[in-house]
Design a protein around this ligand. Structure first.
Ligand code: NAP
Length: 545
């Protein structure tokens, strides 16, 4: 690891501390919208006396490797435009694309334009697009081509001259994982990773960070040999979601839930990420990785950490990460992995009124593939708060519905002074954080059914983002890209969290590797029977979604 300082990584960095007038001038220069009044007017729950300024990026270049890929087109390019539209990008902001096509700047501008038109969250505005367009450049090349990276270094120096970006560069690696080390080595060779005094250089690495503990460790060795830890941003885009950050608001800004957020009241926790689509055109990425590495190692274990951690002393990166690390360290695997995990592979079936093929018939997938498209695991947390409370994690493709949620299911009341008939359909109380879609929170509790009898059954109380706030939530990538440019790391997992998550998953993967073919489940169903059997053995059921 180098001992180079990252001058803008601390809270004292010049950009974050820009004077009020300057920050507002910057904001309005791009879009003219992000004044404090506009920010306050945007949603009715904001106190009109709140004079906080929007967080605005300072002068910089965003270099996107893999700019012709799926993620760049659907998420990253639209998110950059949306930031511009919200007045959060600085004048002179420049966007450099890098991929193998023999393209000129205007070809990349055309791709960006189409991506923005198709996927941006905010309305298209010609003046915002024009400003973004002026800063668009393309550098063609292979990741293994030294000449292409030399050309990139020259292009960046020229952009600094012409657009006043001050040598501040964020390198976003939206590339197949096998190229993460290759690109980092090139940035090191060309010294693009070295920040001259007064400037910053940051690298953003997409998931998955490694394939197991060993490879995550090796990737980290390479990355930290080029960039100081404070300049490495490991993306887990779930942490950029409003609903996921709201888990912390729900727990730590209220007094209502925390007293019952423990083993004395909670029966179990279910964390689900269900997708209704198959692997689409991503066979090359998905096969050999599977559901657990793709989603549980990162998104679901991060959700578990936020739900189960103790209060951080602040929301600064060090405190937040420390608490997440502590709880991940306390996670225990069940002794019998055969009975307490389940994996499946989707078979043909019907979805959305269409007949769909099974995983083994997907283009690019070998007929013998043992990659799981569904995974469920039971974990426990060995600490005073959670001892004996199971956390059930499940994820799968081609399930009944697209939904991600965290359900905290409470114990039954110790005594019910009602006749058994009257409470026959009364379930357990639950608090459900709906991460996506229909973002919000539901509390399920028992209520008297109107009438002459004392019948009690489940009802729900709902908070929906769409109804309480006028402003639509920013996309996760908007928040995370802005954090990278500002140099604000709390929403990015530290290497220690990444490694702790692999330590949890590796023994499960090793066990599954000895178990042959995963159990088939019909497309459009809720997964393999072994997952239901795993819950039934504990006297529980998966929530019906
Ligand atoms: P992708 O569609 O396969 O795109 C890969 C990009 O890398 C393309 O722009 C490709 O450019 C470029 N590339 C590949 N090999 C190259 C080489 N040798 N030299 C130069 N450029 C090369 O991948 P993706 O789905 O966008 O995913 C990118 C990263 O994001 C991956 O790490 C993935 O795990 C992660 N991720 C993706 C998603 C998603 O929804 N897609 C979600 C979460 C995380 P050309 O082929 O045009 O040259």
């Amino acid at each position: 690891m180098t001992d180079r300082a990252d001058p803008a990584a601390s809270a004292k960095e010049p950009v974050a501390a820009a004077p009020a007038e300057e920050a507002l001038a910057v904001a309005s220069a791009v879009a003219g919208t992000a004044t404090t009044e506009a920010v306050a007017a945007a949603n009715p729950l904001r106190d009109p006396r709140d004079k906080r300024l929007p967080r605005v990026a300072g002068p910089c270049v965003m270099v996107l490797f893999g700019v012709t890929g799926d993620l760049a087109k659907r998420k990253l390019l639209p998110a950059i435009y949306d930031l511009g539209n919200r007045g959060l990008l600085p004048p002179g902001f420049s966007l450099v694309g890098f991929a193998r096509r023999d393209w000129k700047d205007q070809d990349f501008a055309q791709l960006t334009y189409e991506a923005v038109k198709a996927h941006a969250r905010t309305p298209f505005r010609e003046e915002v697009w024009k400003q973004l367009r002026e800063g668009i450049h393309f550098v063609p090349g292979e990741f293994s081509d030294d000449g292409a990276f030399d050309a990139l270094a020259m292009a960046l120096a020229e952009i600094d001259e012409t657009r006043g970006t001050g040598g501040n560069y964020a390198f976003y690696l939206s590339v197949p994982p096998k190229f993460f080390p290759v690109v980092v080595e090139q940035l090191k060779r060309t010294r693009l990773s070295d920040a001259p005094d007064g400037s910053w250089r940051r690298v953003v690495i997409e998931k998955p960070f490694g394939h197991d503990l060993q490879s995550a460790h090796e990737l980290n060795e390479i990355t930290t040999s080029a960039f100081p830890e404070s300049s490495i941003f490991r993306i887990d885009h779930y942490l950029g979601k409003e609903t996921v950050q709201n888990i912390m608001a729900l727990r730590f800004a209220n007094n209502l839930y925390e007293p019952i957020w423990n083993r004395s009241f909670v029966d179990h926790v279910q964390i689900t990420m269900a997708e209704d689509i198959g692997i689409g055109g991503r066979a090359g990425y998905y096969d050999g990785i599977g559901a657990a590495r793709d989603v549980i190692q990162n998104h679901l274990l991060q959700l578990l950490a936020l739900v189960a951690m103790e209060d951080p002393t602040s929301f600064e990166a060090a405190s937040l990460r420390r608490e997440k690390e502590k709880v991940l360290k306390a996670v225990r695997l069940p002794a019998n992995l055969g009975l307490n995990t389940a994996r499946g592979q989707y078979a043909a079936g019907w979805q959305g009124g269409e007949k769909v093929v099974g995983y083994l018939q997907e283009e690019g997938i070998s007929a013998e593939s043992t990659t799981e498209t569904y995974a469920a695991i039971k974990l426990e947390i060995a600490n005073r708060r959670w001892a004996g409370v199971p956390f059930y994690l499940r994820t799968g493709k081609r399930l009944g519905r697209r939904v991600t949620e965290v359900a905290v299911v409470f114990q039954r009341a110790p005594h019910l002074p009602f006749s058994a008939d009257d409470t026959e359909i009364l379930g357990q109380n639950a608090l459900v954080v709906r991460v996506q879609p229909d973002e919000g929170i539901t509390v399920r509790f028992g209520s008297k059914v109107p009438g002459t009898a004392m019948e009690v059954r489940d009802v729900s109380m709902d908070f929906a983002y769409g109804e309480s706030f006028l402003e639509s939530s920013p996309e996760a990538y908007e928040r995370l890209l802005l954090d990278v440019m500002i140099g604000d790391p709390p929403l990015f997992p530290h290497q220690r969290e990444v490694e702790l998550s692999w330590k949890i998953l590796d023994p499960i993967e090793e066990f599954w590797a000895t178990q042959g073919q995963p159990e088939a489940y019909e497309s459009g169903s809720w997964g393999p029977e072994s997952a239901d059997a795993m819950m039934a053995r504990d006297g529980r059921v998966w929530r019906r979604l």
